[in-house]
Design a protein around this ligand. Structure first.
Ligand SMILES: [Mn+2]
Length: 435
């Protein structure tokens, strides 16, 4: 009888500062800033409720190499509460919290094992009868940049026990993440381990089931690129090493991107009502969380022009936020919706397909925009040439370097709509093209 249960979590990013979210009142700001710790609280509770034998944490316990004392104390508290229940904890550190980070040296309790800078292994026991059930291997990042394939140096499985590898790495070169500790799925399959407990990529993903190669994702989404439920896996292993995973949510604030099309709306009020019902749906789908929402206004119609000036949208946004903040303060923000930002991606009621086919200045312009959109980053393109003079200003250059391809795509789309509006609005009115 060697069945056991453990939790696989990663990327806790404790005390993540959540900078760049604007318009929050004091209550809401502290709710947001507390969210990584709240997820940690839920993790303790889950471990105790589920009577797990141990927890593995696959790197990035902390958010930055200047680790706040508050984060360290909260993590220590977490470890001690697990220790009181006899739950062992196995930890590696990743690129955000490497072993050379600035932190207070605290003596860790004996039920906690932090792996060192060379790959090593320890044996984990079952809580109920202290029988050895698994061999856990891991390695912490000595510095923030680990660029060699460390997975190849993990110890070979020698015992007949279940083998778990804790690895903070970019497997198969995910282009969305920095390529630290690069390795391939094949490297991991060949290792002979039963479960690769990965960290680093914040999107939950099971790359392989035999053996299991798993990113649980982070425990709390930190920005709009980290959408959807966040949490950890409870893993059950039976006598024959059959492995069963069950995902558990730990987040109290959840990021969403929603679309609010203008197409079928006659006026702003109708659009406002449709937005309200979309937000209500988001709230009911995430009844236990605060939904952090980015609204994308899409489609074509006359409402676009009324929203375009910015004033109407600013007022609408302020009103929606005011109501939610008041409601949230009473109910602990569960089932509330906070609009993080609204981006206007809609347009006037032009038939762009027809315009694209036109032999006219507007036709030429649209075709040029479409061509440029296909290779936004091209060094010899119109977009690069337009940005070139701005690069001479140090501050603007720094901002531009942080700009994502999505944002540039958005600018180009806005520029296209603005230009079309200026060139064609008279024509639109003459043709009476508006419904
Ligand atoms: Mn991370």
């Amino acid at each position: 009888m060697a069945s056991f249960r453990f939790i696989h979590a990663a990327d806790l990013h404790l005390d993540s500062p959540f900078i760049g979210i604007s318009g929050l009142d004091d209550n809401l700001r502290s709710f947001v800033q507390e969210s990584t710790f709240r997820a940690l609280e839920r993790l303790v509770k889950l471990a105790i409720d589920q009577q797990v034998d141990f927890i593995v944490i696959s790197g990035d316990v902390y958010d930055s190499s200047h680790i706040s004392l508050r984060a360290q104390l909260r993590f220590l508290d977490f470890l001690e509460r697990l220790g009181a229940e006899g739950i062992a904890v196995y930890v590696i550190h990743g690129n955000h919290d490497p072993l050379d980070s600035t932190k207070l040296s605290m003596k860790l309790p004996s039920h906690v094992h932090v792996f060192g800078v060379e790959p090593g292994s320890v044996t984990a026991k079952r809580r109920s009868d202290h029988q050895e059930v698994a061999v856990i291997s891991g390695m912490s990042y000595p510095t923030s940049k680990v660029t060699d394939n460390i997975a190849l140096r993990y110890p070979a499985p020698l015992s007949g026990l279940y083998h778990i590898g804790l690895l903070h790495a970019n497997v198969d070169g995910d282009p969305q993440h920095e390529t630290y500790a690069p390795c391939s799925r094949k490297d991991l399959i060949r290792s002979g381990y039963h479960y690769w407990a990965l960290g680093h990529v914040h999107t939950r993903r099971t790359l392989q089931e035999s053996p299991y190669i798993v990113y649980p994702g982070n425990i709390q989404g930190r920005h709009v690129r980290e959408t959807g439920p966040k949490g950890c896996y409870v893993v059950d292993v039976d006598d024959n090493f059959n492995t069963r995973l069950s995902f558990r949510e730990l987040d109290s604030m959840r990021w969403n991107i929603i679309e609010a099309p203008v197409d079928s709306c006659r006026d702003v009020d109708e659009w406002r009502r449709s937005l309200a019902s979309i937000l209500a749906r988001t709230a009911s789908e995430n009844a236990n969380q605060l939904s952090m929402v980015r609204v994308r206004i899409t489609g074509r119609g006359p409402v676009h022009r009324q929203l375009e000036g910015g004033y109407v949208l600013d007022e609408l946004l302020a009103d929606l936020r005011r109501k939610e903040a008041a409601k949230g303060a009473k109910c602990g923000y569960r089932g509330c919706v906070w609009i993080e930002s609204i981006s206007l991606q809609s347009g006037d009621s032009f038939d762009t397909q027809r315009l694209l086919a036109e032999d006219s200045f507007v036709g030429d312009l649209l075709r040029l925009v479409r061509r440029e959109q296909e290779h936004l980053q091209a060094p010899d393109g119109v977009i690069a040439a337009s940005l070139e003079p701005l690069l001479e200003h140090a501050e603007i250059r720094a901002l531009l370097e942080e700009t994502t391809p999505d944002e540039i795509e958005d600018w180009v789309r806005r520029a296209e709509e603005l230009t079309l509006g200026l060139l064609l609005r008279d024509r639109l009115q003459e043709e009476g093209a508006e419904p």
